[in-house]
Design a protein around this ligand. Structure first.
Ligand SMILES: Nc1ncnc2c1ncn2[C@@H]1O[C@H](COP(=O)(O)OP(=O)(O)OP(=O)(O)O)[C@@H](O)[C@H]1O
Ligand SMILES: O=C(O)C1=C[C@@H](O)[C@@H](O)[C@H](O)C1
Ligand SMILES: [Mg+2]
Length: 197
């Protein structure tokens, strides 16, 4: 990422949201590398902290307790800066999570269900997709969640032939256009002081 982009973002965190399989972890990691940001994945933090897989947590303590852990992790994460954060697919479900997400720039990786199903064909680690008709389940989850994901600052609609690298590039290119007004105005003040890059 160029110096100008670094300045424009001013260290605010990026939060990637989207359905399971949309590429939040894969693209979030690439974005971190390219921006000189740290990378965090809320699912991975929960797995490390509890010593259990997400499937075990769903089975042993239930989805509600998992969602509480997810909110607790997000609350901690948002006190840091310069992070690219891959969230769990259901992070958008709790209202309190939005107050944390809005500390940063929220990017929705919007991927059609057909592609999600293909990507997760061999995957058995997503508890919500176990022992069920995956096609129906994915479609009904997306229907319930679409209007929530759509509250992101930036929507990146992904087509099948785009690699994670291409998607990361699209995110980086789109960021300046969606930066919040306050960052924009601070930036123009900075430039008019003659300190700009
Ligand atoms: N652009 C892409 N093209 C092809 N495969 C991809 C792409 N992005 C991600 N994948 C693959 O799809 C699978 C799911 O990606 P990833 O784990 O990053 O999704 P996620 O959004 O983090 O899912 P979850 O919400 O379950 O954590 C992985 O196997 C990953 O390698
Ligand atoms: O879409 C979801 O609700 C989930 C997605 C994953 O990231 C995990 O957080 C978990 O499997 C639940
Ligand atoms: Mg992930």
């Amino acid at each position: 990422m160029t110096k100008i982009d670094e300045y424009l973002l001013k260290g605010i965190n990026l939060y990637l949201i989207g359905m399971a399989g949309s590429g939040k972890t894969t693209v979030g990691r690439l974005l971190a590398q390219q921006m000189g940001y740290g990378f965090l994945d809320t699912d991975e933090v929960i797995v490390k902290a509890t010593g259990k897989t997400i499937s075990q947590l769903f089975a042993e303590v239930g989805e509600g307790a998992f969602r509480q852990l997810e909110s607790d992790v997000l609350a901690q994460v948002c006190s840091y800066t310069k992070l690219s954060v891959a969230t769990g697919g259901g992070i958008i479900l709790r209202r309190e999570n939005w107050s944390y997400l809005h500390h940063g720039l929220i990017v929705w990786l919007d991927v059609p269900v057909e592609i999600l199903l293909k990507r997760l064909e061999e995957d058995t680690t997503r508890p919500l997709l176990q022992d069920t008709d995956r096609n129906l389940k994915m479609r009904s989850l997306l229907e319930q969640r679409q209007s929530l994901y759509a509250q992101a600052d930036l929507q990146i609609t992904v087509t099948e032939d785009q690699t994670p690298e291409q998607i990361a590039k699209r995110v980086l290119e789109a960021i300046p256009g969606v930066l919040k007004e306050e960052y924009r105005s601070q930036n123009s003040e900075f430039r008019s002081n003659g300190m700009g890059i």
